[in-house]
Design a protein around this ligand. Structure first.
Ligand SMILES: [Zn+2]
Length: 244
């Protein structure tokens, strides 16, 4: 017992010392305001977390982007963590994760947001999580797909499995505002569904980092419905561009 306590204490000591040491080598700072993070804070400081411009779309079903997305992409429900405005610190945080290679930011945000949504029963009836796929060469050059990292975080919080049945068969532009017909051709040419029988009758949660016009989401949802008519699709994203 004594040995166990000693071992446990030693482990705690090494853990804390190791944590302090890694803070010196990789300083832990808030990705929004740059202040030093205190124990218990991760990625963002408490002030920036509280000041985050929340969309609360999952609580306000009549918000314009929700109505539009339900109509165009025929999704069941959607949740977006915060509003994305180009010059904000929150936008800088997402850009840093994407272009400076910090997938742990996406993973953390996915996990945190999903933990919050659990208490609102957002995941009720959802069977699987699928990240918006990235074309393989783009993923190769970037080293990761941020939507996949967010999906992993959501899975860690909810226990729901991540599936990779949706594939990007060609590189696609995310800045798309297209008609239903154009979207249909976009979905057919850009996204493919692997082993569609695995998704039969499932409610799938599509996960992306930033939703702008919703063109990519609509194209993914269309590709899924074309391959699996019985599927239901919902959406979770970290950010949604501000709208008028
Ligand atoms: Zn901060």
């Amino acid at each position: 017992m004594g040995n166990f306590r000693l071992g446990h204490g030693l482990l705690r000591f090494l853990e804390e010392w190791g944590g302090a040491l890694s803070d010196v080598i990789f300083p832990r700072v808030c990705q929004v305001c740059g202040c030093a993070l205190v124990k218990g804070e991760e990625v963002l400081c408490l002030d920036c977390l509280l000041a985050m411009p929340r969309t609360n779309f999952h609580k306000t079903h009549f918000a314009t982007p929700v109505v539009r997305m339900v109509a165009t992409a025929k999704i069941d429900r959607m949740a977006c963590m915060f509003f994305y405005s180009r010059k904000s610190g929150y936008a800088a945080m997402l850009k840093r994760s994407k272009y400076n290679g910090h997938p742990e930011i996406d993973l953390h945000l996915g996990k945190r947001f999903a933990t919050e949504l659990l208490s609102d029963n957002f995941f009720e009836g959802i069977d699987v999580i699928a990240p918006v796929p990235m074309y393989r060469w783009k993923k190769f050059w970037r080293g990761f797909n941020q939507a996949e990292e967010i999906a992993r975080g959501v899975s860690m919080a909810t226990g729901l499995p991540v599936v990779h049945n949706l594939e990007a068969v060609k590189p696609h532009s995310t800045q798309t505002r297209k008609s239903a017909t154009e979207r249909r051709s976009l979905s057919v040419s850009y996204f493919g569904v692997y082993a569609p029988e695995e998704l039969e009758g499932k409610h799938l949660l599509l996960v992306d980092d930033i939703v702008t016009t919703g063109g990519t989401v609509a194209a993914c949802a269309q590709a899924l419905r074309d391959a699996v008519p019985s599927i239901r699709v919902s959406l979770l994203s970290i950010a949604h561009t501000t709208y008028t």
